[in-house]
Design a protein around this ligand. Sequence first.
Ligand code: AMP
Length: 438
Amino acid sequence: MRIFGVDETSIIRTIVSNMAQAQFTTHHGMVDILPEEAQKWQFIETVIRETARSFHFGEIRTPVLEQTPLIARGVGELTDIVSKEMFAFNRGEDQYVLRPEGTAPVARAFVQHRLEQRGGVQKLFYIGPMFRAERPQKGRQRQFHQFGAEILGSADPMADAETIAFMVTVYQKLGITNTVLKINSVGDPSSRKAYKEALQNFFQPHVCHLSPISKTRLESNPMRILDSKEEEDQPLIEDAPVITDYLSDAALEHYAAVKMHLDNLGIVYQETPRLVRGLDYYTQTAFELSSPDLGAQDALGGGGRYDLLIEEIGGQPTPAVGFASGMERLLIACEALGIQLGEPAALDVYIVTRGEAARAWALKHAPELRKMGLSVSMDYAGRSIKAQMKEANRENTRYAIIVGDTELENGEFTFRNMVESSETMLRFDEICNRFRPL
Ligand code: AMP
């Protein structure tokens, strides 16, 4: 049947294709990064790499999959962490987990490759995807990206200060200066033992008011209660004892030295006695950088000293300190502050073609222009000159070379300056000369 001279089936096909939803989409909390966005990521990554170079940190790339026990070791909450917070699966005997963070993998690599034998202190940084099975919301994804750095083999408070300086420098370079750096000390194991008891004694009489998750942590790891984001826990957390009152002399000395170094570096901080890192291998310094421009998920990054981790995973006792920062939150902060991350990618030359011979010419001559460092594109669909010019405009093209049979015969091509809308006829070698530095 025909409706107003148009085939009915073609109308139906159009309607259906307009209605069609993609059959496959990304998982909840996992996103594609398309070219316009990826260009911003590249800009940020360049700033991170440049900062790493200036602090002389070497890059480390570890696999995305690790052995589950590396990540969920000795926390006393193994099943909880693996089943609720991580993507983990078994294949035969092997237990795989998608890494939720970068520190344990770096520590594993340090031990596996005996990096301590290289002498001195190892300074490593990384950029990469991390995975956590959390409830997605703005600033919180299931696949997200972190950059981070670790100094392994130094117990010196200077290493803590340099780690913090690395993190802060990245944000400063990007123009995110309205940040709050919170710091604290979680002490050494002896300080923490006394503090944990104090926490248990404090929370025990109020156990019925704690959230279910905090209840389970009261015996195994009461410091993690202070990390709780559950609303019902907050009033109690506010009144809980602070670790600063339980720090040993050595821990206080370390903390004082870190603060002195930060003062000398001109890095402003807020001492925050309830800032803790719940896991047992964390020692001494803890810090967090947040931004009031981020909304509910306001933490840009955080870190601390973890002098006990490397021994815990089978290495020689090795003091270490590091930080991890979220790339998505960095991007959200830049957006909120109107910070432009590089220029949108422009195209140097679009070769506009009419006819098969011209297309063959374009394919053959593009490499010569590319060798000169130019970005070059052309039509791959045999479209009209008008459509090609439209595409060239859309791609922010600086110059177009227009090629048809007459141009091929004469050996001269229309060379169009797209910005100024001016044209001249030039031979190909003359066009090349235009791009050569004088
Ligand atoms: P953490 O390893 O939990 O100390 O996190 C370090 C930083 O990574 C945080 O301050 C956030 O900026 C970022 N981050 C952590 N979890 C997520 C997530 N699920 N989605 C996006 N960013 C995250």
